[in-house]
Design a protein around this ligand. Sequence first.
Ligand code: PA5
Length: 421
Amino acid sequence: MEGIELSIFDQKRRIDSDELERFISDNKMHLDTILSGESAYADSLGWMDPDQWAGEEALSGIIAKANEVRESSDVFVLIGVGGSNQAARAAISAFQKSGPEILYAGNNLSPHYMNRLLEHLEGKSVYLNVIAKNFETLEPGICFRILRQYLEKRYGAQAAGRIAVTGTRGSSLNRLADDNGYTFFCFPEDIGGRYSALSDVGLFPMAVAGIDIADMVQGAKAMSEKLHSTPASENMALKYAACRNLLLKKGYCLEMLACFEPRFQFFGKWWTQLFAESEGKDDKGLFPVTVSYSEDLHSIGQYVQLGRKMIFETFLDVIDKDSSLPIQSDDKKDYFDYLNCKDLWDINKAALNATIDAHSEGGIPCLKISVPRLDEFYFGQLIYMFEFACYLSGKILGVNPFDQPGVEDYKINMFKRLGKV
Ligand code: PA5
């Protein structure tokens, strides 16, 4: 297999191939507009050229600081919420093999969680990275204050050397860093949180976890070149965006990203955030959810197979076997002998293919995105492909894929309740 591929399993022909072809051709203009560099969204498109914010110089600065943190920390606390931490968390949970324990904070307001975290930090060498584009967000703001005070109490003047902040230039977070001697990383102004994986925002915490961020950026660049040069009729991002929108028009209003690999668990959360915040507006949009199969086949699988026909699935499948566990024969009678000598990898694959067959036969349209290997290079490709497809899909849907006015509404109410002036 040469690269990432998209295939469709749709035994009840919910998407007719001629209809899909027509839909792709009717929406080709959106791809053309994107490729010609759209001025309307110029202030949100910094992620489109990975070299702009993740060039060689940027990467070597990130890696140097990350190595320093790796050498001297037991625990690295990543403070951020939404787009500010999802991509790093997705990559770290998929790939971390060494380095400090990484904990997440500033993504909830639970005092119980914070107290447990503070207890856990005792006696360990702690470093912090707070990430916020708009340093008014309550969760990271309050959490940073609590953990900053904790570090100051423990380390005195040395605390500053243990704090890295990632914010926009000129922001209050930038001033806080300058005034107190914290390391400063740049949150690009022309990239929104959920598109920020391949900038300082996502890459610094990933590098602390020992992830090969250069390979990840290479992957994103390879995908960028592919999507910029492949004609509309074969362009995977356009095909994916077209399938989603066509299915939505036919009443399939919920897309489920389904993975049989637990390493993708937090990638699913990143993907959910990307599409929910980008498309859920103006009374439109697919509702994106993620499931962890095979576990969720024993719960949600029932609904998918026989419940209301409003769901379609997008499966993520890894092709190269990167882990193997043959099932040994056993002299106790447990009635699982039909699995003797079979590899757990192949059993998992059988479950995936059986699920696609059953769901597709049951009238659930199934898309499958096959990834040659689960490594940094292809992870970078997936991130770029989904971001590009999300931009395209938002345009087909007729919404602005880069704003989030709905998220602001609750904040206004909450700030009022909390007496913010
Ligand atoms: O994608 C987005 O824009 C949002 O999810 C933000 O990343 C999230 O709300 C956090 O915002 P901030 O970094 O300003 O704290």
